[in-house]
Design a protein around this ligand. Structure first.
Ligand code: GDP
Ligand code: GDP
Length: 456
């Protein structure tokens, strides 16, 4: 490293930063309009259009990566919709429940100007039951005069209220310091292999009516074992242990698959939140697509969610029994155009109705998990990079030729690489490297991350 002009400390820092394991998850919950989305914007430090003027607007994106004081974590924003047919209390509770379940710590946002309402009290009861660390955010304290309002919130029994103005940034730093104190370094369930770490965790996801519950019933047969992970609570069981191909797997959030609450306003948003929560809890996502219909934007978003979360991925095309030759022809074209960016994911064509190709599901999942855990030894990686760079050098730009000097795999689950370069490496060349890495080392069924450090 030193010979190539990189400071050793720099190299180690880059490897450590890129190699982080799964990030802990922070959920931001509270009633509508207390300022959750504004706060999330503040935390992720971006002016993304998270705050919408329209009430009850539905969004798909609910999870964001954030960094504070050098620590990285994920933030789940539940500010996506307003009251729906369930009524205000039930819908806030349902939303909070999903988010809390997936979270390692929670920021509970209350409007200090309004004070604690009955709905806030209902969320407090959920928070108590869940037993996760909670930081109480007394929002809309835009100036010193509001601090007295914040102090009233001691009455919620959640400890110190942190007076914050999400809108202006007042107090958010102190509150985030507190969040980091209670947020664990790694997610509560770390990813383990079979034996010691417990069963592998599968999220079976897909838009409504693609056949998730039919598939679950088909593969599980009589063997369903319900696991209620939140002992002592009365809520629905969430995860199920199912034996497939001689191995026990944990299907996460199956309650979300079976429960059919048909909501009007906000239904898509519930589905997104639930999907994001399941993906966070799982190691591998099996995305189910209804092959009898055209691949939709929603299908693509669900796949993207799994990829962005860095999970292993299998794509299963269901209802194969209904396909005629013409539909099969068009499906292949759609897969090429809509799912070209995940052509690395194992694919199975199944029918939950007839049981077609059910036996191919487990091998596909195993392949994806193997890719997800692959580690390339540094020597092999650098031999490969050396050959690649001399056979296909980066195009010359401004009279200079940026070169990849060396690289290392900083982490797995999914595989993360850091490449050290003598100059800026263009996006096209990065994609080329990714493609060649995949050709050389496999990585079937897994996203891979490549970050490039440029010598100062
Ligand atoms: P959510 O429904 O909980 O996600 O709430 P939003 O983030 O959408 O905010 C609801 C409204 O409260 C918006 O009009 C925000 O501009 C406003 N708001 C959010 N935070 C603050 C704050 O700290 N001070 C004041 N005065 N208004 C805020
Ligand atoms: P979910 O909303 O994703 O859980 O979907 P369901 O399992 O409830 O299935 C939705 C509908 O599709 C039901 O009417 C199922 O009977 C039907 N279905 C599910 N899988 C198949 C399949 O493989 N072939 C056919 N023909 N229908 C299916």
């Amino acid at each position: 490293a030193a010979e190539e002009g990189f400071d050793l400390e720099d190299v180690e820092g880059a490897i450590e930063a890129a190699g982080h394991g799964p990030l802990p998850v922070l959920a931001v919950v509270g009633r509508p309009n207390v300022g959750k989305s504004t706060l999330v914007n503040r935390i992720i430090g971006r002016r993304e259009a998270v705050v919408e003027d329209k009430p009850g607007v539905t969004r798909d994106r609910v999870t964001y990566e954030a960094e504070w004081a050098g620590r990285r974590f994920k933030v789940v924003d539940t500010g996506g919709w307003e009251q729906d047919v369930l009524g205000i209390d039930a819908s806030v509770a349902a939303q909070a429940e999903y988010a809390i379940e997936a979270a390692d710590a929670v920021v509970f946002v209350v409007d200090a100007k309004v004070g604690a309402t009955d709905t806030d009290e209902a969320v407090v009861r959920l928070l108590r039951k869940a037993g996760k660390p909670v930081v109480l955010c007394a929002n809309k304290v835009d100036g010193p005069s509001g601090e007295a309002d914040a102090a009233y919130l001691w009455s919620l029994g959640l400890g110190e209220p942190h007076p914050v103005s999400a809108l202006h940034g007042r107090g958010t730093g102190d509150m985030l310091d507190r969040v980091l104190e209670v947020l664990p370094d790694a997610p509560r369930e770390t990813f383990g292999g079979g034996g010691v770490g417990g069963p592998r965790r599968i999220a079976l996801i897909g838009r409504p009516n693609v056949g998730k519950s039919s598939l679950l019933n088909k593969v599980a047969g009589e063997e369903r074992v319900v696991v209620n992970e939140l002992a002592g609570t009365t809520r629905d069981p969430v995860d199920e242990l199912i034996e497939l191909g001689g191995t026990t797997w944990k299907f996460v959030d199956t309650a979300g698959i079976r429960k059919r609450v048909h909501l009007q306003q906000g239904a898509d948003y519930y589905a997104s939140l639930r999907t994001a929560a399941a993906v966070e809890k799982a190691e591998v996502a099996v995305v189910l697509i209804d092959a009898s219909e055209s691949i939709s934007v929603q299908d693509q978003r669900i796949v993207t969610m799994a990829v962005e979360a860095g999970r292993a991925l299998v794509v299963a095309y269901n209802k194969w029994d209904t396909l005629d030759e013409e539909r099969r022809y068009y499906l292949e074209r759609e897969i090429e155009t809509e799912f070209g960016q995940v052509s690395w994911a194992p694919r199975v064509n199944v029918s939950a109705r007839t049981g077609r190709h059910m036996e191919k599901l487990v091998p596909a999942i195993e392949t994806a998990l193997a890719g997800w855990e692959t580690r390339v030894p540094t020597g092999r990686l650098n031999a490969f990079l050396g050959e690649l760079v001399s056979a296909h050098p980066h195009p010359i730009r401004g009279g200079k030729q940026p070169r990849i000097l060396f690289g290392t795999q900083a982490g797995t689950k999914p595989p993360r690489f850091v490449l050290f370069a003598s100059g800026f490496i263009e996006a096209g060349y990065r994609r080329f490297i990714e493609r060649r890495l995949r050709e050389e080392f496999g990585f079937e069924g897994t996203p891979i991350h490549i970050s490039v450090r440029v010598r100062e």
